[in-house]
Design a binder for this molecule. Structure first.
Ligand SMILES: NC(=O)c1ccc[n+]([C@@H]2O[C@H](COP(=O)([O-])OP(=O)(O)OC[C@H]3O[C@@H](n4cnc5c(N)ncnc54)[C@H](OP(=O)(O)O)[C@@H]3O)[C@@H](O)[C@H]2O)c1
Length: 262
Protein backbone atom coordinates (compact mmCIF):
# COMPACT_ATOMS: atom_id res chain seq x y z
CA UNK A 1 0.00 0.00 0.00
CA UNK A 2 0.98 3.60 -0.57
CA UNK A 3 2.17 4.43 2.97
CA UNK A 4 3.54 1.04 4.00
CA UNK A 5 6.82 1.63 5.90
CA UNK A 6 6.52 5.41 5.46
CA UNK A 7 7.22 7.44 8.59
CA UNK A 8 4.29 9.72 9.35
CA UNK A 9 4.14 12.33 12.13
CA UNK A 10 0.57 13.41 12.98
CA UNK A 11 -0.14 16.26 15.38
CA UNK A 12 -3.47 16.32 17.21
CA UNK A 13 -3.53 12.52 17.00
CA UNK A 14 -5.17 12.06 20.41
CA UNK A 15 -8.70 12.81 19.16
CA UNK A 16 -11.05 13.35 16.23
CA UNK A 17 -9.63 13.61 12.71
CA UNK A 18 -6.02 12.94 13.77
CA UNK A 19 -7.07 9.78 15.61
CA UNK A 20 -9.12 8.50 12.67
CA UNK A 21 -6.39 9.27 10.14
CA UNK A 22 -3.83 7.48 12.34
CA UNK A 23 -6.01 4.34 12.26
CA UNK A 24 -6.30 4.44 8.46
CA UNK A 25 -2.55 4.89 8.08
CA UNK A 26 -1.91 2.10 10.60
CA UNK A 27 -4.02 -0.15 8.36
CA UNK A 28 -1.62 0.75 5.52
CA UNK A 29 1.22 -0.40 7.84
CA UNK A 30 2.81 3.02 8.09
CA UNK A 31 5.35 3.82 10.80
CA UNK A 32 3.44 6.28 12.94
CA UNK A 33 4.49 9.00 15.34
CA UNK A 34 1.48 10.41 17.18
CA UNK A 35 1.75 13.85 18.79
CA UNK A 36 -0.51 15.78 21.18
CA UNK A 37 -0.56 16.88 24.86
CA UNK A 38 -2.86 14.28 26.42
CA UNK A 39 -0.65 11.25 27.11
CA UNK A 40 -3.42 8.87 28.19
CA UNK A 41 -5.48 9.63 25.07
CA UNK A 42 -2.42 9.26 22.83
CA UNK A 43 -1.57 5.89 24.41
CA UNK A 44 -5.11 4.69 23.79
CA UNK A 45 -4.82 5.67 20.10
CA UNK A 46 -1.39 4.02 19.91
CA UNK A 47 -2.81 0.76 21.31
CA UNK A 48 -5.50 0.78 18.63
CA UNK A 49 -2.92 1.49 15.90
CA UNK A 50 -0.65 -1.31 17.13
CA UNK A 51 -3.30 -3.85 16.19
CA UNK A 52 -2.70 -2.89 12.54
CA UNK A 53 0.96 -1.81 12.35
CA UNK A 54 3.97 -2.89 14.40
CA UNK A 55 5.32 0.66 14.48
CA UNK A 56 3.68 3.40 16.52
CA UNK A 57 5.43 5.90 18.79
CA UNK A 58 4.13 8.90 20.70
CA UNK A 59 5.54 12.37 21.30
CA UNK A 60 4.07 14.72 23.86
CA UNK A 61 4.06 18.19 22.38
CA UNK A 62 2.18 21.43 22.98
CA UNK A 63 2.37 23.08 19.56
CA UNK A 64 2.17 26.55 21.12
CA UNK A 65 5.46 26.01 22.97
CA UNK A 66 8.46 26.52 20.67
CA UNK A 67 10.87 24.56 22.88
CA UNK A 68 8.46 21.60 22.98
CA UNK A 69 8.00 21.74 19.20
CA UNK A 70 11.78 21.76 18.59
CA UNK A 71 12.33 18.92 21.04
CA UNK A 72 9.31 17.01 19.64
CA UNK A 73 10.67 17.31 16.09
CA UNK A 74 14.11 16.13 17.25
CA UNK A 75 12.64 13.12 19.08
CA UNK A 76 10.32 12.29 16.20
CA UNK A 77 13.28 12.17 13.82
CA UNK A 78 15.14 9.84 16.18
CA UNK A 79 12.44 7.12 16.26
CA UNK A 80 12.88 5.87 12.69
CA UNK A 81 15.75 8.10 11.48
CA UNK A 82 13.51 10.10 9.11
CA UNK A 83 10.06 11.56 8.54
CA UNK A 84 8.33 11.08 5.19
CA UNK A 85 5.04 12.79 5.96
CA UNK A 86 4.11 15.56 8.40
CA UNK A 87 0.39 16.01 9.11
CA UNK A 88 -0.23 19.39 10.74
CA UNK A 89 -3.62 18.65 12.25
CA UNK A 90 -3.58 19.98 15.85
CA UNK A 91 -6.17 22.69 16.23
CA UNK A 92 -8.70 24.38 18.45
CA UNK A 93 -11.86 26.17 17.38
CA UNK A 94 -13.79 29.12 18.82
CA UNK A 95 -17.31 29.90 19.97
CA UNK A 96 -17.67 33.61 20.76
CA UNK A 97 -18.72 36.79 18.98
CA UNK A 98 -15.90 38.95 17.63
CA UNK A 99 -17.02 41.98 19.65
CA UNK A 100 -16.77 40.05 22.94
CA UNK A 101 -13.54 38.19 22.20
CA UNK A 102 -10.35 39.36 23.87
CA UNK A 103 -7.17 39.90 21.91
CA UNK A 104 -5.55 37.29 24.16
CA UNK A 105 -8.13 34.71 23.04
CA UNK A 106 -7.52 35.56 19.36
CA UNK A 107 -3.77 35.29 19.95
CA UNK A 108 -4.24 31.85 21.52
CA UNK A 109 -6.20 30.69 18.46
CA UNK A 110 -3.39 31.94 16.22
CA UNK A 111 -0.78 30.20 18.38
CA UNK A 112 -2.39 26.76 18.15
CA UNK A 113 -3.85 26.80 14.65
CA UNK A 114 -1.26 28.87 12.80
CA UNK A 115 2.07 29.24 14.62
CA UNK A 116 1.98 25.61 15.79
CA UNK A 117 1.97 24.36 12.19
CA UNK A 118 4.51 26.99 11.13
CA UNK A 119 6.96 26.14 13.93
CA UNK A 120 6.82 22.38 13.36
CA UNK A 121 7.12 22.75 9.59
CA UNK A 122 10.11 25.10 9.93
CA UNK A 123 11.73 22.63 12.32
CA UNK A 124 11.39 19.83 9.74
CA UNK A 125 12.04 21.63 6.44
CA UNK A 126 15.84 21.20 6.72
CA UNK A 127 15.22 17.46 7.11
CA UNK A 128 12.93 17.38 4.06
CA UNK A 129 15.55 19.31 2.09
CA UNK A 130 18.36 16.93 3.12
CA UNK A 131 16.17 13.92 2.29
CA UNK A 132 15.22 15.38 -1.09
CA UNK A 133 11.47 15.57 -0.47
CA UNK A 134 8.51 14.45 1.56
CA UNK A 135 4.91 15.39 2.12
CA UNK A 136 3.21 17.98 4.31
CA UNK A 137 -0.51 17.84 4.99
CA UNK A 138 -2.27 20.89 6.43
CA UNK A 139 -5.63 20.39 8.07
CA UNK A 140 -7.09 23.82 7.49
CA UNK A 141 -10.87 24.36 7.25
CA UNK A 142 -13.61 25.87 5.12
CA UNK A 143 -13.13 28.63 7.73
CA UNK A 144 -9.84 29.32 5.94
CA UNK A 145 -11.77 30.32 2.82
CA UNK A 146 -14.55 32.51 4.21
CA UNK A 147 -15.52 34.39 7.35
CA UNK A 148 -18.23 32.95 9.57
CA UNK A 149 -19.81 34.21 12.83
CA UNK A 150 -18.47 33.19 16.25
CA UNK A 151 -15.10 32.11 14.85
CA UNK A 152 -13.19 35.38 14.27
CA UNK A 153 -9.82 34.22 15.60
CA UNK A 154 -10.24 30.70 14.23
CA UNK A 155 -11.14 32.04 10.77
CA UNK A 156 -8.16 34.37 10.92
CA UNK A 157 -5.79 31.57 11.90
CA UNK A 158 -7.05 29.24 9.17
CA UNK A 159 -6.83 32.03 6.54
CA UNK A 160 -3.25 32.61 7.70
CA UNK A 161 -2.53 28.89 7.36
CA UNK A 162 -3.85 28.92 3.78
CA UNK A 163 -1.71 31.92 2.88
CA UNK A 164 1.44 30.52 4.42
CA UNK A 165 1.21 27.05 2.92
CA UNK A 166 0.01 28.24 -0.49
CA UNK A 167 3.19 30.29 -0.51
CA UNK A 168 5.19 27.14 0.23
CA UNK A 169 3.40 25.50 -2.70
CA UNK A 170 4.24 28.39 -5.02
CA UNK A 171 7.87 28.87 -3.90
CA UNK A 172 8.35 25.09 -4.10
CA UNK A 173 11.80 25.20 -2.43
CA UNK A 174 12.21 21.41 -2.41
CA UNK A 175 11.00 19.96 -5.74
CA UNK A 176 9.83 16.62 -4.32
CA UNK A 177 8.13 18.12 -1.27
CA UNK A 178 4.37 17.83 -1.84
CA UNK A 179 2.00 19.97 0.23
CA UNK A 180 -1.73 19.33 0.50
CA UNK A 181 -4.16 21.75 2.12
CA UNK A 182 -7.35 20.12 3.39
CA UNK A 183 -10.45 22.23 4.03
CA UNK A 184 -13.14 20.31 5.90
CA UNK A 185 -16.53 21.72 6.74
CA UNK A 186 -18.21 20.59 9.97
CA UNK A 187 -17.00 17.14 11.03
CA UNK A 188 -18.51 15.18 13.91
CA UNK A 189 -15.62 15.29 16.44
CA UNK A 190 -15.43 16.58 20.03
CA UNK A 191 -13.79 19.81 18.76
CA UNK A 192 -16.30 22.21 20.33
CA UNK A 193 -15.57 20.96 23.89
CA UNK A 194 -12.18 22.65 23.78
CA UNK A 195 -13.40 25.63 21.70
CA UNK A 196 -12.05 28.94 22.99
CA UNK A 197 -14.69 31.41 24.19
CA UNK A 198 -14.58 35.20 24.64
CA UNK A 199 -12.36 35.13 27.71
CA UNK A 200 -10.21 32.23 26.54
CA UNK A 201 -12.01 29.52 28.54
CA UNK A 202 -13.21 26.26 26.97
CA UNK A 203 -16.78 26.07 25.60
CA UNK A 204 -17.09 22.67 27.30
CA UNK A 205 -19.98 21.18 25.33
CA UNK A 206 -20.88 19.69 21.99
CA UNK A 207 -22.27 22.23 19.56
CA UNK A 208 -25.61 20.78 18.30
CA UNK A 209 -24.70 21.71 14.71
CA UNK A 210 -21.41 19.81 15.05
CA UNK A 211 -23.38 16.61 15.65
CA UNK A 212 -24.86 16.98 12.17
CA UNK A 213 -21.41 17.28 10.58
CA UNK A 214 -19.72 14.77 8.27
CA UNK A 215 -18.62 11.53 9.88
CA UNK A 216 -15.01 11.63 11.00
CA UNK A 217 -14.38 8.28 9.29
CA UNK A 218 -15.51 9.69 5.93
CA UNK A 219 -13.43 12.83 6.45
CA UNK A 220 -10.30 10.79 7.22
CA UNK A 221 -10.88 8.60 4.15
CA UNK A 222 -11.12 11.71 1.96
CA UNK A 223 -7.93 13.10 3.51
CA UNK A 224 -6.09 9.84 2.85
CA UNK A 225 -7.28 9.84 -0.77
CA UNK A 226 -6.02 13.43 -1.20
CA UNK A 227 -2.68 12.38 0.33
CA UNK A 228 -2.37 9.46 -2.07
CA UNK A 229 -3.05 11.75 -5.02
CA UNK A 230 -0.79 14.56 -3.68
CA UNK A 231 -3.58 17.06 -4.28
CA UNK A 232 -2.78 20.74 -3.75
CA UNK A 233 -6.08 21.55 -2.05
CA UNK A 234 -9.19 19.55 -1.23
CA UNK A 235 -12.55 20.71 0.11
CA UNK A 236 -14.41 18.14 2.23
CA UNK A 237 -17.75 19.80 2.82
CA UNK A 238 -21.44 19.89 2.00
CA UNK A 239 -23.39 23.10 2.91
CA UNK A 240 -20.16 25.06 3.38
CA UNK A 241 -19.23 24.38 -0.24
CA UNK A 242 -22.52 25.96 -1.38
CA UNK A 243 -21.90 28.93 0.91
CA UNK A 244 -18.44 29.39 -0.62
CA UNK A 245 -20.02 29.30 -4.07
CA UNK A 246 -22.41 32.09 -3.00
CA UNK A 247 -19.48 34.09 -1.64
CA UNK A 248 -17.71 33.88 -4.99
CA UNK A 249 -20.65 34.32 -7.33
CA UNK A 250 -23.48 35.91 -5.35
CA UNK A 251 -22.01 37.74 -2.32
CA UNK A 252 -25.26 39.30 -1.02
CA UNK A 253 -26.71 35.83 -0.47
CA UNK A 254 -23.50 34.72 1.24
CA UNK A 255 -23.70 37.57 3.77
CA UNK A 256 -27.41 37.01 4.34
CA UNK A 257 -27.00 33.29 5.09
CA UNK A 258 -23.66 33.48 6.92
CA UNK A 259 -24.89 36.25 9.24
CA UNK A 260 -27.50 33.85 10.66
CA UNK A 261 -24.91 31.16 11.44
CA UNK A 262 -23.06 30.39 14.62
N1 LIG B 1 -14.25 19.02 13.45
C1 LIG B 1 -14.50 19.95 12.52
O1 LIG B 1 -15.66 20.31 12.26
C2 LIG B 1 -13.37 20.55 11.75
C3 LIG B 1 -13.68 21.26 10.59
C4 LIG B 1 -12.65 21.85 9.87
C5 LIG B 1 -11.35 21.72 10.29
N2 LIG B 1 -11.06 21.03 11.42
C6 LIG B 1 -9.67 20.96 11.84
O2 LIG B 1 -9.29 19.63 12.02
C7 LIG B 1 -8.25 19.56 12.98
C8 LIG B 1 -8.58 18.48 14.00
O3 LIG B 1 -9.78 18.84 14.65
P1 LIG B 1 -10.78 17.77 15.30
O4 LIG B 1 -12.12 18.09 14.82
O5 LIG B 1 -10.25 16.41 15.15
O6 LIG B 1 -10.74 18.24 16.83
P2 LIG B 1 -10.43 17.48 18.18
O7 LIG B 1 -11.10 16.15 18.21
O8 LIG B 1 -10.73 18.44 19.27
O9 LIG B 1 -8.86 17.23 18.10
C9 LIG B 1 -7.96 18.30 18.19
C10 LIG B 1 -6.56 17.74 18.38
O10 LIG B 1 -5.65 18.84 18.47
C11 LIG B 1 -4.81 18.64 19.60
N3 LIG B 1 -4.40 19.93 20.16
C12 LIG B 1 -5.19 20.97 20.53
N4 LIG B 1 -4.44 21.95 21.05
C13 LIG B 1 -3.15 21.52 21.01
C14 LIG B 1 -1.92 22.08 21.41
N5 LIG B 1 -1.83 23.29 21.97
N6 LIG B 1 -0.79 21.35 21.20
C15 LIG B 1 -0.85 20.12 20.64
N7 LIG B 1 -1.99 19.53 20.25
C16 LIG B 1 -3.12 20.23 20.43
C17 LIG B 1 -5.67 17.86 20.59
O11 LIG B 1 -4.84 17.07 21.44
P3 LIG B 1 -4.50 17.35 22.99
O12 LIG B 1 -5.68 18.03 23.58
O13 LIG B 1 -4.22 15.98 23.51
O14 LIG B 1 -3.28 18.19 22.93
C18 LIG B 1 -6.44 16.93 19.66
O15 LIG B 1 -5.69 15.78 19.40
C19 LIG B 1 -8.13 20.96 13.58
O16 LIG B 1 -7.05 21.63 12.97
C20 LIG B 1 -9.44 21.62 13.19
O17 LIG B 1 -9.34 23.01 13.08
C21 LIG B 1 -12.04 20.43 12.15
Amino acid sequence: MHYTDKVILITGASSGIGHELALLLAKEKARLILAARNQAALEAVRNQCLSYTPWCEIVLMDVTDEAQVQEGARRALQFFGKIDVLVNNAGVTQRSKLIDTSVAAVRQLMEVNFFGAVMLTQALLPHFRAQGGGQIIIISSMAGLMGYPWRSGYNAAKHALQGYFETLQTENPIPKLYTTIICPGRVRTPITYSAITANGEAYGKMDPKQVKGLSVALCAQRILKAMHKRKKMVLIAREERILLWFKRYFPPLFYMIARKGN
